[in-house]
Design a protein around this ligand. Structure first.
Ligand SMILES: [Zn+2]
Length: 407
């Protein structure tokens, strides 16, 4: 089985690729002016461009799910609402929308649509009403597991939801100015914030939290170092990873983390690719995973038990077996079934047991497995495992048109 991805999961957002010029109706500034007119002066919603709104609750986007054809895997989609529908629905539950409720996500010229997200925390009847329309708030991580990598449309929707979640969570975490402590207010259609203190007015922009993730390779013996964190499912092994410290280069962070966690000294560090990761801890609205191959200079492992449960060298053959026996498609289908049941209102205890959250239950033939193709770790590991040993790494990293990962 070969998995071809044009970009990592959560990258390749289709509504962010081009930024329209300021006077284009699809631009942030024109769309924001149009939104204000509609909300304050009760202008009818603009016919062109069309405004579509995505609701979020506690970091979960509103989605629907459908099955096309017998035996087909259910497919989820974002539950976009029109501006009028959104205003009417939330108005029923006493939510008065203002322009600062909305976060601009982007636009798509070919469809003449501008996209927005809002965070709704109202309880009451909103959730039952949405569920009567077969719409439901579902965790982004569950959607990630349920996404068919071959479906570029849903991959695009996942990237949009990831971007929206990262922005909305950043809004929650940046309510006060770090300089003077006063409240901040959203500006530029939610794409930045500004301190409300007239004497301060500090501007605050969303930030990424970069994380280095590396596959440490023993070239001489044709092995790769994989680690286990205590919270991993049984038998799962993955790359090492860690945060970058102030004043440190990415390469230095790779070498320091590898040494701190496993006692392995790393020499050459080669960049592979990067992945936005909006499904990490809630205190980090969006991490940027920056992936490397790191070539070991020493081979004796000394695991820091505070950081890792275990770390071991694995032969290329063992890693290839792990990739071949792991049933990622089966786990994906189970996850899609679970999302479908949530959207159809099936109660938790009545849902079919799913191994989606724990791929260890699938691929039982393999003594170990590595994370699925939604994670950059998978691509670092499979890119190495499928290379011709032992070198030639640099020329095979990035084939034109994206990267290919073979199982
Ligand atoms: Zn301030």
């Amino acid at each position: 089985m070969a998995i071809n991805l044009n970009s990592h999961v959560f990258a390749g957002n289709p509504i962010r690729s081009k930024t329209p010029k300021p006077h284009d109706p699809l631009s942030l500034s024109s769309a924001f002016e149009s939104l204000k007119l509609h909300l304050h002066q009760n202008h009818p919603p603009p016919k062109s461009p069309l405004f579509k709104v995505l609701l979020f609750k506690k970091g979960c986007p509103l989605v629907s799910s459908s099955v096309r054809g017998d035996g087909a895997m259910p497919s989820w989609h974002l539950g976009w609402m029109s501006l009028a529908d959104c205003k009417g629905l939330l108005g029923k539950y006493g939510v008065q929308l203002t322009e600062t409720s909305f976060v601009f996500l982007g636009s798509r010229a070919e469809e003449d649509v501008v996209y927005w997200a809002i965070d709704v925390s109202v309880d009451g009847g909103l959730v039952p009403e949405l569920s009567s329309r077969q719409l439901c708030f579902v965790e982004l991580r569950a959607l990630m597991m349920a996404t068919d990598w071959a479906d570029s449309c849903v991959m695009g929707e996942l990237a949009i939801a990831g971007h929206a979640r990262a922005l909305l969570e950043w809004h929650k975490l940046s309510r006060f100015c770090g300089h003077c402590g006063d409240k901040t207010v959203p500006k530029e259609a939610g794409r930045m914030k500004q301190c409300s203190n007239e004497l301060c007015k500090k501007s605050v922009y969303p930030r990424l939290d970069p994380v280095v993730i590396m596959l440490v390779i023993d070239r001489e013996n044709d092995r790769a170092l994989l680690g286990r964190q205590p919270q991993f499912p049984p038998r799962m092994w993955s790359c090492l990873a860690g945060f970058i410290e102030p004043g440190e280069s990415l390469e230095e962070a790779v070498r320091r983390e590898a040494y701190e966690e496993t006692g392995i000294e790393v020499g050459e560090v080669v960049y592979h690719s990067s992945q936005p990761w909006p499904v990490g801890p809630s205190s980090l609205p969006c991490q940027l995973m920056v992936g490397f191959f790191a070539y070991a200079k020493s081979l004796d492992i000394n695991v820091d038990k505070e950081e890792l449960e275990d770390a071991r060298w694995h032969s290329r053959e063992d890693v290839r077996k792990a990739l071949a026996f792991s049933e990622y498609k089966k786990a994906q289908r189970a996850a899609a079934g679970k999302v479908d049941q949530i959207c159809k209102g099936v109660k938790k205890r009545q849902r079919q047991r799913s191994s989606a959250d724990n791929i260890a239950k699938s691929g039982e033939l393999a003594p170990m497995f590595v994370p699925g193709p939604f994670a950059i770790a998978h691509h670092l590991i499979s890119a190495w495992a499928n290379q011709d040993p032992p070198t030639g790494v640099e020329t095979q990293l990035k084939p034109p048109g994206g990267f290919v990962s073979k199982l």
